[in-house]
Write a protein that binds this ligand. Structure first.
Ligand SMILES: NC(=O)c1ccc[n+]([C@@H]2O[C@H](COP(=O)([O-])OP(=O)(O)OC[C@H]3O[C@@H](n4cnc5c(N)ncnc54)[C@H](OP(=O)(O)O)[C@@H]3O)[C@@H](O)[C@H]2O)c1
Length: 316
């Protein structure tokens, strides 16, 4: 049987690993994974895995595994705002090279670029659907540079869709850094600023499932907001986490955020209200989320993190 070659750039990342599992479930797919520095681990063993980032995007790889779809989740991240602007320039350069490469191959590949909802910026009323104008805040102020070449390329000749997830809840990433670790340290769960900012949550599994399904079902060049729950305020979110852990929640104001060493991009990301909606009503009407309620989702993620702590403490 001829299989569809599916490339995943940034496969070792938080979303990349979940998307790999999701796409590999379809036996018609052959997944070709592009890692960078992080080692892949046993979960990648059944798949074709190429370490070393974009250096593996060669004529030879292309001819051997011509991709029907490329999922791009390679974020050239950096720990501080000024470094993010620099690393994003490298990201932009690599993305321009990828675009040139696809053009030289006369490729009809569909490219799926996993971006974020921070690209929309704050709303003062209503919610952002896929037609909203972009006004990047937080990390997106730096990372937008890497995305621009694909926006241009779509206006010309390439097929590109942008996916904009909200707050992806899993046992890592922002939840671990800004909610779980402070809880481990203080015994309480924080919320940032006054807590009125709205969050559109999605489980890590659902995020991957929605992206995979979007790539299969949406028309060419359509974008997709990725969320699975109606927006809730960050204070409500923090209280639900606290309830699940049997503790209280507490507010962290701007001065305290700065004292904690949270940089200006992260502060903006934590305190901006970005509720999401979608113009793809039929797509979402037929999607069944993994968890019935936010409480169930939060409870499950906390259990996974508690298990990680136990493994860490037992030295296993
Ligand atoms: N995490 C979230 O909650 C969230 C929410 C909304 C949107 N998003 C967006 O989703 C995308 C993926 O996010 P993520 O959380 O999965 O990120 P992540 O965990 O940081 O993963 C990024 C991936 O990119 C790879 N990478 C980094 N530098 C690279 C380079 N120079 N060349 C090639 N590959 C490179 C990393 O490999 P190494 O680790 O080996 O360097 C890793 O596999 C990003 O655009 C992000 O903004 C994330």
């Amino acid at each position: 049987m001829d299989r569809n070659n599916i490339w995943i750039l940034g496969a070792t990342g938080f979303i990349g690993r979940a998307l790999t599992q999701q796409l590999a479930q379809n036996k018609a797919n052959r997944v070709v994974l592009f890692g960078h520095k992080t080692l892949p681990g046993a979960a990648f063993e059944p798949h074709i895995y190429l370490q070393g980032g974009f250096s593996n995007i060669t004529k030879e790889t292309y001819q051997r595994y011509p991709p029907a779809h490329i999922f791009h989740l390679a974020r050239f991240a950096a720990p501080l705002p000024f470094l993010r602007f620099i690393s994003s320039k490298f990201g932009k350069k690599s993305n321009l090279q990828l675009i040139d490469f696809l053009r030289n191959e006369n490729s009809t590949t569909r490219l799926h670029y996993v971006s974020g909802s921070l690209m929309y910026g704050a709303t003062t009323s209503g919610s952002h659907n896929e037609t909203a104008a972009l006004n990047p805040v937080g990390f997106a102020k730096a990372y937008v540079a890497a995305e621009l070449p694909f926006m241009q390329a779509r206006k010309q000749d390439l097929s590109v869709s942008f996916y904009r997830p909200g707050w992806i809840l899993g046992p890592d990433s922002w939840f671990k850094t800004f909610f779980w670790r402070p809880f481990c340290k203080t015994g309480k769960v924080p919320y940032y600023g006054d807590g009125s900012q709205l969050m559109s949550l999605v489980s890590l599994h659902d995020c991957a499932a929605i992206i995979a399904r979007g790539a299969e079902h949406l028309p060419l060049n359509e974008d997709l907001n990725v969320f699975a729950k109606p927006p809730i305020t960050q204070k409500e979110f923090s209280e639900k986490v606290a309830q699940s852990l049997g503790c209280e929640s507490y507010s962290v104001d701007l001065e305290q955020m700065k004292k904690l060493g949270i940089d200006r991009h992260a502060i903006e990301a934590l305190t901006t209200s970005i509720p999401l909606s979608s113009k793809h009503g039929d797509f979402y009407n037929s999607f069944r989320p993994e968890y019935k309620s936010v409480e169930e989702l939060i409870g499950n993620v906390c259990v996974q993190l508690q298990k990680q702590n136990e493994v860490f403490l037992s030295g296993a």
